[in-house]
Design a protein around this ligand. Sequence first.
Ligand code: SAM
Length: 289
Amino acid sequence: MIDGGLWHTDDPEVPSQRVFLQVRDVLYRGTSPFQEIAVIETVLFGRALVLNNVLQTAERDEFCYHEMLVHPVMIAHPAPRRVLIIGGGDGGALRRVLQHPVEQVTMVEIDQQVVEACREHLWNIHRGAFDDPRVELRFEDGFAYVERRSATFDIIIVDGPDPLGPTPGMVLFSPDFYHGLADMLAPGGLVVQQTESPMLLPIQTAATHLHLREVLPIVRTYLTTVQSYDSFWSFTVASRDVDPAALDIETVAARLRERGIDDCQYYSPEIHWAAFRLPPFLRRFIEDS
Ligand code: SAM
């Protein structure tokens, strides 16, 4: 809700909590066939993408989310060449993927209008990643793309919206979708999905863990913190043969060095190790689910 152009508050994930952000300006507002889109300039977090009244990413702390969504899986693979991103219309995940020695990145985003709005207003997040010659941009439903199982990938990144209400992202949390992801993983491949706040929506975090466990033997949940979501945040990664939680600090450091990645603001070899060590309440909740 943008009230008088001064404040934004998300449609709440849980009805009993609301956070208000002061807004300096509304830079873009549009309605696509899939959702309501806005780019706002907030006082605290800089420019932010808002879809269906829910903040998706903001300039000031997007690195806490995008570095942690992308680098742990990319680093866990010794040679990630072919990458699939589903969703991720702001380009922040794509930008981080392109820092690795990839040959081709296929990005399947349902909403061309989101990419166009972000391309114009959120340079600080995508930094021109959409124009990299290694990128194939496809505008279609990620679920339909995965259903066709037309290619395999070393890394699959699902950067979709919250699984709340009648949004186009709901299908990205369904068991059939996870079956498709598993079929599309090349040997040694890893898939990662953003899995919500384990404080506000622990059932969602655990549900994705369970669904992935049905299709792939190694499943790990790990954490970051995203202040503009007013929460710490979880990702869930799965693989047939690679355990990213077992990677030692020296190997992560060596791979970052070999790939010339030295600009991270959140991710580091120590953070990689620590992020997979879950607090007891969450470890127990996932184990017992
Ligand atoms: N960082 C965000 C968060 O967790 O709040 C999520 C990223 S946001 C950029 C999610 C993107 O997924 C949007 O650009 C949206 O258009 C796209 N999307 C939603 N449903 C989709 C679907 N079924 N297939 C492909 N992309 C989808």
